[in-house]
Write a protein that binds this ligand. Structure first.
Ligand code: ZN
Length: 293
């Protein structure tokens, strides 16, 4: 019993699915019997389901039953984070914008329609694209009261307050398994060039946030892990906090010949289990709830 109190909890959070790599990650979690959280985007899920609808339908069902499906916004800000947080998402060529909060609600409604289920977790747990922002009430074990945890990353304050009013708990991350983001950077450069040349139709999100061919030879080595699992394990074990939220991205684990990311993920999980670290999903995070007088 005493030992239980000293135990460390790790929350694996996988962002940007459902995308190439999600199926592989879910399989490792099944094999190692751990729960995790998937912060999902409609936009990537649509692109992935265009290729294999049955697989995506089955994956979403498994995530909902065995893990937690969280909300990562519909559009992933189309990769333009600062204008998304300061002005909203550009949705046509007349300057109309969708506010960040509406983008999250839009995402929740997408998954509700997609799965014909209530998708309540997508209305509760959220992560901002591109910003490590926290906003939630935490349960304080000592005085049994709810305390506010609010850490605002750069320009995301108004989006944070809006999402808070809409009832979302916003999760940032305490640590991440570092990877490169080459694909997103390359795509942004080419889109910015097209915008300058006025060649973009903003009503067509495939133009401003185009699907990526992860299977093409030129992309195989991009968006991959930059550090060994042993380094992540070392940091997690030496981190003094009890509940550690770790950021990962599904696509870093997409299977391809000669890439060990998947077996590295399995090694990380098995080693941390051996070190008696608990694996949890965000619905087990020590959230507090305000008592309404
Ligand atoms: Zn993301």
């Amino acid at each position: 019993m005493v030992k239980q109190d000293n135990m460390k909890n790790i929350y694996l959070t996988f962002d940007d699915g459902i995308q190439p790599g999600t199926a592989e990650v879910v399989e490792i979690l099944r094999k190692t019997k751990v729960r995790a959280t998937f912060f999902l985007n409609a936009i990537n899920t649509i692109y992935t389901s265009d290729k294999d609808l049955d697989m995506v339908t089955a994956l979403f069902k498994e995530i909902q039953t065995e893990h937690v499906a969280g909300n990562h916004g519909f559009s992933h800000a189309h990769g333009f984070y600062s204008s998304f947080y300061s002005k909203g998402l550009l949705i046509d060529n007349n300057g109309s914008r969708r506010q960040a909060g509406d983008d999250f609600d839009h995402n929740y409604h997408f998954f509700r329609c997609f799965s014909s289920s209530d998708c309540l977790s997508l209305k509760q747990y959220a992560r901002l694209p591109g910003r490590n922002t926290w906003n939630m009430l935490l349960h304080n074990e000592k005085n049994k009261q709810a305390v506010l945890k609010r850490i605002i990353d750069s320009d995301s304050a108004s989006a944070t307050l809006d999402l808070s009013k809409r009832g979302y708990h916003l999760f940032g991350w305490d640590d991440e398994w570092r990877m490169d983001f080459t694909i997103a950077q390359e795509s942004r450069v080419s889109i910015e060039k097209k915008i300058l040349e006025s060649k973009i139709d903003f009503t067509d999100y495939q133009q401003i946030f185009p699907p990526v061919d992860f299977a093409s030879d030129k992309n195989l080595m991009k968006d991959r892990l930059k550090e060994p699992w042993t380094e992540v394990a070392r940091r997690v074990l030496s981190n003094p906090i009890r509940d550690i939220v770790l950021l990962l991205h599904d696509r870093a684990f997409r299977a391809s010949q000669g890439n060990n990311a998947l077996s590295d993920l399995e090694s990380l999980i098995k080693y941390l289990k051996f070190k008696e670290v608990n694996f949890k999903a965000v619905d087990e995070y020590p959230l507090g709830y305000a008592i309404i007088a």
